[in-house]
Design a protein around this ligand. Structure first.
Ligand code: PDD
Length: 286
């Protein structure tokens, strides 16, 4: 049985209920985080909490807890759920009002929800052969740096991949790469790593940071700059990254092979560095 936290109470996940007038339900008016947990230790919790503060400030919602309280609540959820490796999901909405009104309620009592799911990393076959992706215009708003629960555009975009039997949808805006529907995207060209810079057009991924740090510490050349759609299509290698997918090679885009059409040597290095980092640092709560 999964145990969740809802507004001060621990309860079975299946029994967690929020009012229909909650602004999260009516407007998607909320913030969220997904925190991977290895050996029962949340990975980069302070970075996730910093990103949460950035989102809350961006949507003008007061943070209901300080970092010490978030840490206590997250530790409690981890302890009460099964599995050494978990994926902790937390969300805060602007709470329930008595009438439907786009403008904020005069008094806000936020809804705070935390749950844990098993951390399911990609099956080995996906790493061995790579995954297929489709592309689409990035039709989202201009605050993609905020991790809000208003995810309809991301859901519709990810569904394009699912409809085509693919894993991810790569998004382009005005001829440039932004990110995936639920991941960040990296390009490898001539042995160097290319990544779009963090700005309002993409989510600043925690895994994105890890990949750039691992590249720097192993002497892999990196360029963080705007990446053209043509550069993505002509890449030697293409990767997607997220807390739950880790690093995955994309070997087919819109039915066309990327590079040699199989996971490349730079991916194999990065995957090994990532797994080593996971064993040595993430499992130590780094
Ligand atoms: N999504 N970009 C988008 C749009 C995302 O939704 C995510 C992650 C990322 C990668 O961020 P990180 O490395 O911090 O996981 C980038 C999570 C996993 C989700 O919504 O379930």
């Amino acid at each position: 049985m999964q145990t969740a936290y809802l507004n001060g109470t621990l309860l079975p996940l299946a029994e967690a209920r929020v009012p229909a007038m909650d602004r999260g339900f009516l407007f998607g008016d909320g913030a969220y985080e997904v925190i991977p947990v290895y050996s029962r230790r949340p990975f980069r919790l302070s970075e996730h909490l910093r990103r949460l503060r950035h989102t809350l400030a961006g949507i003008r919602l007061e943070n209901p807890h300080d970092d010490a309280e978030w840490t206590r609540l997250i530790d409690e959820i981890i302890a009460r759920n099964e599995g050494e490796d978990q994926s902790v999901y937390l969300q805060i909405t602007r709470g329930a009002d008595t009438k439907r009104n786009h403008a904020f309620p005069a008094v806000v009592t936020p809804t705070v929800f935390i749950m844990s799911e098993p951390l399911v990393t990609p099956p080995p076959a996906q790493r061995d052969t790579g995954i297929a992706a489709v592309s689409a215009p990035d039709v989202r708003w201009l605050r993609c740096d905020l991790k809000t629960t208003s995810l309809l555009a991301n859901c519709l975009l990810r569904q394009l991949a699912a409809d085509a039997g693919c894993v991810e949808t790569i998004l382009f805006r005005d001829g440039f790469l932004t990110e995936g529907a639920a991941s960040n995207i990296f390009v490898v060209k001539n042995g160097a790593l290319l990544a779009p810079p963090k700005n309002h057009l993409m989510l600043p991924g925690i895994t994105y940071d890890v990949v750039l740090e691992l590249a720097a510490s192993h002497g892999l050349k990196c360029e963080v700059r705007d990446v053209l759609e043509e550069e993505v299509r002509a890449a030697d290698e293409l990767w997607m990254t997220s807390s739950t997918k880790e690093v995955l090679p994309i070997t087919v885009l819109d039915g066309q092979a990327i590079g040699a059409g199989k996971p490349g040597p730079v991916f194999r290095d990065m995957y090994a560095w990532y797994q080593n980092f996971k064993q040595k640092v993430m499992r130590g709560g780094g």
